[in-house]
Design a protein around this ligand. Structure first.
Ligand code: FES
Length: 212
């Protein structure tokens, strides 16, 4: 009986031819498979998605010159939509102030001590939580532990336990008197002190919350 693979010299030749054929077929199919993948890869277009730069901040309108008078306060979120800031027209020239009188400033309202929200106290006035304190200058007063910031001097600490001044919001006024938040000065907003200069995770502008 002759096996399917053949026996004798003629059968061996047949087996060898079959093995060669199978090897060649495998090699060709491999080449075709790689070529096919390459072809698919060439046809895939990966879209470039524009995103915030690592050094840029959003430009968000927060008020206008016509809406402000001395002592007027505007609260707005920036650069994240859950991070309040306070803008106030102090009525006296201030460090980093904008507007015709250089007296409009804005700062993060999240206290650098432990994250409470502080409020504005006009010169000669007292915070409701501490009537014995009378502000000698435009001040930010934190109700939690009594930190006091001088808003005419870049919110430097003039009282209480805060270890750092409040981050100042960089403002820009356009030709129509619109006031925009365009960036944040140091230090990092409370809760973002990672030591990194990458602010790409802190770049979502917020909308106006309220004004008084
Ligand atoms: S959280 Fe503001 S003084 Fe402590």
């Amino acid at each position: 009986m002759t096996s399917a693979g053949g026996e004798g010299p003629a059968g061996e030749d047949k087996d060898e031819s079959r093995r060669d054929f199978l090897k060649t077929a495998a090699a060709i199919s491999g080449v075709l498979a790689v070529a096919g993948i390459a072809s698919v890869m060439k046809s895939v277009v990966i879209p470039s998605v524009p995103g915030p730069t690592q050094t840029g901040f959003p430009r968000v309108k927060v008020s206008s010159l016509g809406e402000l008078s001395t002592g007027k306060v505007v609260i707005f979120n920036y650069p994240l939509d859950n991070e309040p800031n306070i803008l106030v027209k102090l009525g006296q020239k201030a460090s980093g102030g904008v507007g015709p009188d250089g007296d409009i400033v804005a700062f993060s309202q999240i206290c650098q001590h432990l994250g409470c929200i502080w409020g504005y106290v006009a010169p000669g006035a007292s915070p409701s939580v501490n009537p014995s304190y009378v502000a000698a200058q435009p001040a930010g007063y934190c109700p939690c532990h009594g930190s006091v910031y001088d808003l005419s001097q870049g919110a430097k600490v003039i009282g209480g336990p805060s270890p750092r001044p409040q981050p100042q919001v960089q403002l820009d006024v356009d030709g129509s008197g619109n006031i925009y938040a365009v960036g944040m000065g140091p230090p990092a907003v409370f809760g973002h002190g990672t030591g990194s200069s990458d602010v790409s995770n802190d770049l979502q502008g917020g909308s106006l919350v309220t004004s008084t």
